[in-house]
Unconditional design. Structure first.
Length: 158
């Protein structure tokens, strides 16, 4: 059975994710971005304030993210594990922005500091509402779904 440490390790080892947002007009948009994962399963990524994903999240903060699919085929083998993650995004400011950048994002992406000089650079934090880990490398597949109290216990176990 998957434990908290293994779940965090898998997510951190697969920082290039596919994320999906919905515009105010209900038009879907998907992108591949690099995300950093905190010990509380918060996700942090940078993006341009002029991007569709950022504008979409300002209107509708709900977001869906998939870990694992972008790097599923490596070398001669393949890894059929994924984490599906649904959450609510916000745009941190002040001390909270400093915390998520320094303690979470730059820890995973030290080169992100160079992007601080970019015009319109923004940071988005996502908090989980639902997660599903699937491992199709084993038979039968291992599938662990987390929401509600189970997810709250996992997050609080830091």
């Amino acid at each position: 059975m998957l434990n908290r440490h293994e779940l965090l390790e898998f997510m951190r080892a697969n920082p290039l994710v596919t994320l999906a947002t919905i515009s105010a007009e209900s038009v879907p948009s998907a992108a591949i971005v690099g995300v950093a994962v905190s010990d509380r399963f918060e996700l942090v990524f940078d993006t341009l304030g002029t991007s569709r994903k950022f504008r979409n999240l300002q209107k509708n903060p709900r977001i869906a993210i998939v870990f694992g699919a972008a790097g599923a085929y490596r070398g001669s083998g393949h890894d059929e594990r994924t984490v599906q993650y649904e959450g609510v995004a916000d745009i941190p400011t002040g001390e909270e922005l400093e915390r998520v950048r320094e303690r979470i994002y730059f820890k995973q992406f030290p080169d992100g500091r160079a992007r601080l000089k970019w015009p319109h650079i923004e940071y988005v934090r996502v908090r989980p509402m639902w997660m599903r880990y699937s491992d199709y490398n084993v038979n039968p597949p291992e599938i662990v779904e987390l929401s509600g109290e189970e997810l709250a216990r996992l997050i609080a176990a830091t």
